[in-house]
Ligand binder design. Structure first.
Ligand code: NDP
Ligand code: X2W
Length: 345
């Protein structure tokens, strides 16, 4: 049995994490911590937990004194808030999975440039492993600090990895057009996420400047062993959960759609949560699950490959992948407590 704590349990990602860990056969939730609900029962905030989970939240300021009770700390806080507690946890031999962005970028200057806050973890940054499970499974198994990927990078990188590994595309030609449900913005989101502001409408945002751009470029660059510069445009769509990522790239040679499908199937053979599909992915078929559905199309006229991938932002894009990484870190069965299909309708 391993003991875990969740810091940021009251946010969208944190409560999803708690929902998954609650029934994990090898995990005991030692504490849940909140910034504003210290001393309150979790089920008074999220009433779906009534009678099922009656733990009281500790305050986030009490986490340090409780570190000695746990083997692993999940952090689901806004960016910039994970550095200090992560250092303290690692010093005490506690493993950390950070669902935020603080340890995702290898270059602290780049982090400060894109996130506009100081990187206060330069000394521990080299220990961090980028937690895209299918890409870094062995490194994750050996690590004490996992940087859980962003939701858009998860959908986008899983979509392009086989193309990059096999040198099939012109890496300067990648364009990612992605759409997210509103829960991606968190529970404390601002006016643009209010129902009256975003329902019955769809919009692009952070065009040419979204923070996930350097993260996707960094990992794409490592895979293809050269610098990658790409265009990434996110959109907000009026649904609770889900990300649909449509990726365009110029093929270097005249590769057939069937060959690409075979390459994708081979790459993800053995990866339970990646489904290579003939039909086009839809967010409803992954909603509430840890699956990433991927389809491949070739536009023969333009010699472009078009990859479509779908995930649930709170599952494979956040809490589901965090549990998958925890299972890998502790040597548990990788799918334990995340092994279910989408909630439908
Ligand atoms: N939502 C998503 O789809 C995804 C989110 N993530 C990342 O996960 C992290 C959490 O996101 P999400 O759950 O959406 O965000 P929420 O806004 O829903 O939750 C944020 C959590 O952080 C706590 N918090 C807020 N401010 C502070 C502070 N100053 N000090 C300490 N704790 C604080 C909140 O506590 P309280 O409720 O008590 O105020 C809450 O528990 C973020 O880094 C986000 O980028 C990653 C991938 C996907
Ligand atoms: C719809 C929406 O607003 N989505 C968020 C995704 C944030 C997120 O989860 O990203 P990090 O984990 O990197 O903070 C956004 O675009 O900022």
């Amino acid at each position: 049995m391993k003991n875990v704590g969740i810091l940021g349990a009251t946010g969208y990602a944190g409560q999803q994490l708690l929902g998954l860990l609650r029934t994990h056969s090898r995990i005991k939730i030692e504490f849940i911590a909140s910034h504003s609900y210290g001393g309150e029962e979790f089920s008074s905030i999220y009433e779906n937990y009534s009678r099922e989970f009656n733990k009281v939240c500790i305050s986030s300021t009490q986490v340090e004194e409780n570190l000695s009770k746990i083997d692993l700390l999940f952090i689901a806080l806004p960016h910039g808030k994970a550095f200090e507690i992560t250092k303290k946890a690692l010093d005490m031999g506690v493993k950390v999975i950070d669902l935020g962005a603080d340890f995702r970028l290898d270059d602290p200057d780049k982090y400060e440039e894109w996130y506009k806050v100081p990187c206060k973890g330069k000394d521990i940054l080299p220990q961090a492993v980028y937690g895209l499970t299918e890409l870094n499974r062995e490194k994750i198994a050996d690590s004490n600090l996992v940087a859980n990927p962003g939701c858009y990078p998860t959908a986008s990188l899983l979509g392009v990895i086989p193309l990059l590994k096999n040198n099939l595309i012109d890496t300067d030609s990648i364009i990612i057009d992605a759409k997210s449900g509103v829960s991606g913005a968190g529970r404390n989101a601002s006016i643009p996420s209010l129902m009256c502001e975003c329902s019955e409408s769809i919009k692009a945002y952070a065009v040419g400047m979204h923070r996930h751009t350097p993260e996707i470029e960094q990992e794409a660059g490592k895979i293809s062993k050269k610098e990658v510069t790409l265009t990434f445009t996110p959109h907000l769509v009026p649904m609770n959960r889900g990300i649909l990522s449509v990726i365009y790239a110029k093929l270097r040679e005249d590769t057939k759609e069937e060959e690409l499908k075979k390459i994708y199937s081979d790459e993800y053979q053995g990866d339970k949560f990646i489904r290579i599909k003939d039909t086009l992915p839809e967010t409803r078929w992954v909603k509430g699950s840890n699956y990433c559905d991927i389809s491949i199309r070739v536009d023969k006229r333009t010699k472009r490959v078009i990859i479509i991938s779908a995930i649930d932002n709170l599952m494979k894009g956040a809490a589901g992948q965090a549990v998958q990484n925890m299972n890998v870190m502790f040597g548990f069965e990788e799918a334990e407590s995340i092994d279910f299909i989408s909630i439908f309708p």
